[in-house]
Write a protein that binds this ligand. Sequence first.
Ligand code: SF4
Length: 349
Amino acid sequence: MANGADMLLGCGSMKERGLFDRDETEFIEKNMDKLHRIGTTAYYAGISGKEKNDPLRMQFIPDKRELDIAEYEKTDPLCEKKFSPHDKIIHRYPDRVLFLASGRCPLYCRHCFRRYLGENGFRDADEGDVESLTRYIGENKQIREVLISGGDPLMLEDDFLEHICRRIRTAGRGIVIRIGTRVPVVYPSRVNAALAQMLSKYRPLYIFTQFNHPREITAQSSAAVDFFVKSGIPVFNQTVLLRGINNTADVLEALFYSLVSISVKPYYLFQGDLASGTSHLRAPLDDGLNLMRSLREKMSALSLPLFAVDLPDGIGKAPLETSSIVKMEDGFYDIKCPDGRIARYPVED
Ligand code: SF4
């Protein structure tokens, strides 16, 4: 799967390569059991800078502030487990179901909202889980879309990934398949013509990437995207708004224009989830509103994503517009959801 220049690096290999400074090494060794999994690829470490505030490095190097957990932060901030009829299935919206196909990622994002995957040892799905998924789709005729997610589904072997796609195709006619992956961004050598051609057999199928910074768009990641595009697979991007990484108009503008230039449609800009120990990476919600307001003045709808938040307590996604948000005096926003419900989200500095 990997070549010599693009290896998966676990915490031990990262240490051997000197990716942590002395403070970080001490902190990690002392707190390993409290931290979200640690790992990256040689490729991504290679395009990252060495400075602590490098926007790529910050996405995979643990920070001491990960131990500061706000009272409203959770290991499962979207309450996905509440919507889980089976260990590997999440069914929150009537017409969509999510399959946790893989328990592994090529890079463990420090802002990850699915850190609870560690509770079952980051287990990949097996044949029994695929069977349960196809049975579930068969029994729930309202399902129109299956999101293959994880972890990162492109960490699976091609054969098993194809098996999952084939079973979804035979379980329900006309189902749309989406694959959520950071592989093209952080582990581009994993993507090749054979993988793209295999997936193209299961269209309608869409790839959803997570590019968070313009420096992630390189010759290698562009080539990875191109394999999908040339195989007729549309590619969309979901950026997470991250403090100190991409929460300025210049960075987002460069990111969105660059994405469109490689045939990737910016789809969502997500307000950070309330995952445990991520407040230092979460940009204030007001930042996102102001940034989108200024970008909307000069960018076309093609280049602009929708700013949205996945609300706590499993309420679901809500688009964020100034008109639907009221800042309350008790330190929370009241957010009006599309279905009329009012949800709460903290005001942070
Ligand atoms: S790729 Fe997704 S699941 Fe994996 S660590 Fe990043 S955010 Fe979490």
